[in-house]
Design a protein around this ligand. Sequence first.
Ligand code: AMP
Ligand code: TRP
Length: 327
Amino acid sequence: MSKVFSGIQPSGDLHLGNYLGAIRNWVADQHVHDAIYCIVDLHALSLDIDPSVLRSRTYETALDLLAAGLDPQACTLFIQSQVPEHPRLTWLLECTATMGELRRMTQFKDKSEGKESVRAGLFTYPILQAADILLYDTDRVPVGNDQRQHVELTRELAIRFNVRYGDTFVVPEAAFPSVGARVMDLQHPTRKMSKSVSSPLGTVLILDPPEEIERKIKKAVTDTDGEVRFDPEAKPGLANLLELLAVATDRAPADVAEAYQRYGDLKRDAGEALVELLRPLRMRRAELASDPGEVTSLLAHGSEKAGAIASVTYQRAADAIGLLGSH
Ligand code: AMP
Ligand code: TRP
């Protein structure tokens, strides 16, 4: 069975971009692959975050993932900081990567732009991500398009380490969904949907009540030429709505476009389809929230399983690089 690994930041409420671009595929993968998923709380420290907010968001993210369909019987779900091999391997990889490589990362450029003071952890963020992936001998990393460059860097670090110190790491590949890999902001359809940047109207949260989802879709920015066709370049707002309805109803966006003459009809159906798609998540989320002890123990068990694998890989890397082993 091939090994799948992915991670998500504990940024609070999941939005439709996270769900369609990544989480939905994680849920599908857990039944056919050996799947490990991680809530990356250490990555969250690369930006300013209040300790109590971090604590509650980490827990809320776990609830969201379980509600979205991750099944701890079928996959391993754990919290990054509970497995100390992540920062340990990060150091070995920091001594493998170069400053120049990190400076080219577009996510770093975006997140540091215009800031007077930038945490060193924001700069080395992609190396911690590489450690996450390489610790589990990962073959496949299901992510949205925005993570392409980070996975590419991970591959390069794995190859460089293997060439320098002998075969140590599996070289992973990114896996992008064919539809939904880049869900756009409903108000600014040339920007990706994201919790931090977007206006509340531009982002659909997976826990938004049905009326709220329909309202946001109804207010989505389109264009004035009135013709329904799938053209992401010329008509980004409309293309985004077509994609959303397409993923929710398991069709191709161009086929969906054929079925509509009017924007209003398309918006109504897209809103309804998204409400239906997300309904079971809302219901499961409410059930889970009533049993916090159960969720905490699931996570502890996940960290134990992950730690057992990570310690073997870390030791292999430490031996290869010449650290005097204690075993
Ligand atoms: P993040 O919340 O940034 O940690 O992202 C978690 C996962 O969701 C990653 O795999 C991202 O690539 C994916 N993702 C985030 N925003 C979007 C979006 N607007 N469209 C598609 N995928 C996304
Ligand atoms: N950087 C990823 C994001 O912002 C989150 C992440 C951390 C990740 N470690 C990972 C994704 C390992 C895939 C694999 O979405």
